[in-house]
Design a protein around this ligand. Structure first.
Ligand SMILES: C[S@@+](CC[C@H](N)C(=O)[O-])C[C@H]1O[C@@H](n2cnc3c(N)ncnc32)[C@H](O)[C@@H]1O
Length: 265
């Protein structure tokens, strides 16, 4: 007899999203944060409070001609990570329609704490219809970066437009301490290394660093993890990977801004 899958903590949200590839990995979030799986399930269950907002995000994608919207396969894990880590600052590179941004913002709103800085160099769709050679992350005509992020969520958000090569150094300095960093912009080994090395001094102890599409970035992430002396934590068999930064990592200035409550948690 076929085995029935155990109910997941955010099954309704998953149905709302309409993309089963976004089924969350509880084990991955537990490994990244060091908390028990039960606590991760509780954090994931929080997205179920936002079914209307998720429906809105999906409708915005459909209006923009995008059939599915989980560009990043882990939107619910992003939500749970922010709920569990309670970062003062989240920094991400690569926004497109804003799937990752919207889920970070939902969690920051639920935390009533923290701020998201996103950097994006927009890629624009050339005509009314997306050509087979174009990436679905390009902006449909008339849309701007973050076009699917509901207005009500934008309060805790600074969106910086331009190449992260130019913008990230200043954003990272001003957004310290960084509790969560996501690379999802230009997927080359050199660029990933540049972004990781740029944020390194400003990472809070125990922060989480994520990179998507690492099948295109060679050994860049593995080398960064090795330089910190921590393991690479892969989401299942996907190319989305992460690590948990060790306790002492950056200059005194970054450490001094570490919220005291973080170390107690
Ligand atoms: C994979 S998409 C981001 C998807 C997004 N994180 C989500 O969850 O939907 C990559 C984005 O990075 C942008 N990008 C490409 N090169 C960049 C660069 N050098 N700096 C900043 N953004 C860049 C692309 O235009 C695109 O909007």
């Amino acid at each position: 007899m076929p085995q029935r899958r155990k109910a997941g903590p955010c099954d309704q949200a998953l149905r709302q999203l309409g993309d089963t590839r976004a089924r969350p990995s509880i084990r991955w979030v537990a490994a990244l944060t060091g908390v028990a799986e039960l606590k991760v399930r509780d954090a994931l269950a929080g997205v179920e409070q936002h079914l209307e907002r998720l429906a809105d995000i999906r409708a915005r994608h459909e209006e923009g001609g995008r059939e599915f919207y989980a560009q990043i396969r882990a939107p619910f894990e992003l939500y749970a990570l922010v709920r569990l880590l309670r970062p003062k600052f989240v920094v991400e590179t690569g926004v497109s329609s804003g799937v990752s941004s919207a889920h970070f913002l939902l969690a920051l709103r639920d935390n009533r704490h923290g701020h998201l800085h996103s950097i994006d160099l927009p890629t624009r769709q050339k005509a009314a219809d997306l050509a087979a050679t174009e990436s679905p992350v390009s902006l449909p005509p008339g849309r701007e970066t973050g076009w699917a992020v509901p207005t009500a969520l934008r309060k805790r958000w600074d969106l910086h437009l331009g190449p992260s090569q130019d913008l990230l150094p200043e954003v990272a300095r001003s957004a310290r301490p960084i509790g969560l960093f996501l690379h999802d912009s230009l997927h080359t080994p050199e660029h990933l290394t540049f972004e990781l090395e740029t944020v390194r001094p400003f990472l809070v102890p125990g922060s989480v660093v994520l990179a998507d599409n690492t099948n295109w970035t060679g050994t860049a992430f593995d080398e960064f993890a090795a330089s910190l002396g921590v393991p690479v934590l892969r989401r299942g068999r996907s190319s989305l990977v992460g690590l948990r930064a060790p306790i002492m990592n950056g200059p005194a200035s970054a450490r001094a801004r570490t919220p005291r409550s973080r170390t107690k948690r």
